[in-house]
Every structure is written in structure tokens, then in C-alpha cells.
Design a protein around this ligand. Structure first.
Ligand code: ZN
Length: 252
């Protein structure tokens, strides 16, 4: 019988949980390694609606991206996600930064979706081997590249700082990657990430980096399809549900 421990061991082999960022809290966060598993739900965020769906579907284990426990929990009321999971005996594994860095993880999936070629690790002092970079098949105007992003990852619009006529080399960091702007600027023409602040856009303009905010959800969510497929292939004895999270941000 499949157990939480076996799923964890497989994921650890694929993405190495010990590689996680010092501030991260990835791994088995809720439940027992011995718990038997016949149904796994994969999602970006274990948001309340998805926990309800998991409960209704008889899910034994949730595999999600963002850790459900990050800051110390001061109290555990009945509607708290962790309480609901524990009460329904649903285990949870978060794959956050190990999956960001994995060879086929968040940043690989994003780079691949944006048609980048020769995808490689972009080593940074701050983020280790978190980022990926690659080359567009041919030089592209910033406007054309922004259209390509919108089309390929399904984000209704992007925000960006324009710094050059054409771009060729592109670095990507799904989610919040603005801390890496300076290091990326030395190696790539453009940087696709999210959660960028105004002063960071100004700084990118100063140092000549085409900086593009393509949404946190939209730069990460696709990669959970990969995890879902990997688990389904590895564990034929389990049913794998891909529960779509909804981008909390509306665009008009
Ligand atoms: Zn994220």
C-alpha cells in the first residue's frame, strides 16, 4: 500500500527537499508518514476552497507549492486550514523552493512555456540555483515578447520597464524574484518574474534590464501540472487529482 512516506521519498528524489531556501518551510507539514494514500490532490495553494474539495473527494494527501505553515501558529480555530486537514486526516506536503529549483520545476516550466532555448541554471548569490535562463529563437521586440508571455501563460496583461529595442536572453523566476534584479541584469536582457515594487522597476530602468511582472499565480501554476503527471506516472495505484487554484487577482 502506498504511504505518505513513499510519496515524500519520490518527491525528495525529484527535487531534494534539503535544497530549500533557508527561510522556506517545505516538506511534510501535516500528517503522518505512515498514513496510507490512495488519492492525492495537487494544487498551487491549499486555499480553503481547495481543502473543501479535497475533503469532499476523499483525498488522503495534498501536494501543494506554497507552505501552509510559514509563521508560528498562535491559535488553531476550527476553520484554520491546518485544523481542517488534521481533523479530516489529510496529509500535506509543500514543495515550494525545492520545486522552484528542480531541473523540470517551476522555472524550467516557465522558461519552456516562453519558448526559450538552451535553458540553463542562472546561479545567483542570493538564490543559489533557483533561477533559469535561456535564449529566444531570434531577437524579439519587448512588445512582441510581452504578447508572447500573455499568450503562453494566460495572463491578461503584464507590467514592464522598457529598456531596449530587442531582447534575446531571458531569465525567469516564477513568483517573487525581484531580489535578483542586479545579478540578472549582468547576464540577461530581460527578466520575467512577479511581485515587483515601484522602486525596483525604477532600479531596473537605471541598470538597463527589461523587467517584466507577469503575475505570481500565472508564472507558477502551470508547473503543478508537471507534478500531477509525474505522480500519476510513478504511482499507478493512486488516483491523482489536479485541483486548480484560482488566481486571487482579477484583471480588467
Ligand atoms: Zn509563489
Amino acid at each position: 500500500m502506498l504511504t505518505v512516506a513513499k510519496v515524500y521519498e519520490y518527491l525528495d528524489k525529484e527535487m531534494n527537499f534539503s535544497s530549500q531556501a533557508a527561510w522556506d518551510n517545505s516538506g511534510l507539514l501535516v500528517g503522518s508518514p505512515d498514513r496510507q494514500v490512495s488519492k492525492i490532490a495537487v494544487m498551487l495553494d491549499a486555499m480553503p476552497l481547495n481543502i473543501t474539495k479535497a475533503i469532499n473527494n476523499g483525498v488522503d494527501l495534498i501536494v501543494c507549492h506554497h507552505p501552509i505553515i510559514f509563521d508560528p501558529i498562535a491559535k488553531l480555530p476550527a476553520d484554520h486550514p491546518v485544523y481542517r486537514l488534521a481533523r479530516n486526516d489529510i496529509a500535506l506536503i509543500a514543495v515550494h523552493t525545492p520545486w522552484d529549483m528542480a531541473k523540470d520545476g517551476v522555472n524550467y516550466v516557465l522558461a519552456n512555456a516562453l519558448s526559450l532555448e538552451r535553458i540553463s541554471i542562472l546561479q545567483t548569490e542570493e538564490g543559489g540555483n533557483m533561477l533559469k535562463m535561456g535564449t529566444l529563437p531570434s531577437p524579439m521586440s519587448e512588445a512582441a515578447f510581452c504578447s508572447l508571455i500573455k499568450q503562453k501563460i494566460g495572463v491578461p496583461f503584464v507590467k514592464y520597464v522598457s529598456t531596449k529595442e530587442n531582447i534575446r536572453t531571458v531569465a525567469v523566476c516564477g513568483g517573487a524574484g525581484a531580489d535578483f534584479i542586479d545579478e540578472v541584469a549582468r547576464k540577461a536582457d530581460a527578466f520575467v518574474t512577479s511581485d515587483i515594487k515601484y522602486h525596483q522597476f525604477l532600479h531596473a530602468q537605471d541598470i538597463g534590464l527589461t523587467l517584466i511582472d507577469a503575475g505570481h499565480f500565472t508564472t507558477e501554476d502551470m508547473s503543478m501540472n508537471t507534478i500531477s503527471v509525474k505522480l500519476a506516472m510513478e504511482f499507478a495505484e493512486a488516483k491523482v487529482l489536479r485541483l486548480k487554484s484560482v488566481d486571487p487577482i482579477s484583471y480588467r
